[in-house]
Design a protein around this ligand. Sequence first.
Ligand code: HEC
Length: 95
Amino acid sequence: MKITGTKKMITSGILAISVIGLIGMNGCAESKKISDKSGAQLWSENCQRCHNTPAPKTFNDEHWKTIGMHMQTRAQLTNNERDKIVDFLQSFNHL
Ligand code: HEC
């Protein structure tokens, strides 16, 4: 009896976790797909939508960081996507 009860609790616990996991995965399915992309790809797909982006060397590392934070909200990027784009743009200052 006792064992069955514990088993039930574990089973429903696992079920609850899987349901939360599924909802979570569904909720960010799109951004997960995007986050597999490189900074260069994310930049070309997200940053020329509203304006032509200036050449990466136009701004220094600090400026790109600030611009990244401003444009993250405009382009609706995740932190991970923003970081990849900023890294990509900053890399031109270190060639
Ligand atoms: C939804 C539209 C939109 C998207 C998407 C967008 N921007 Fe912008 N961006 C703007 C607007 C509007 C301005 C001018 C006003 C401002 O600076 O906030 C601007 C200005 C800029 C500037 C000039 C800033 C300055 O100080 O001269 C840079 C550089 C820039 N964006 C880079 C980017 C990058 C990189 C991305 C991609 C991560 C991006 N933008 C995505 C709308 C957008």
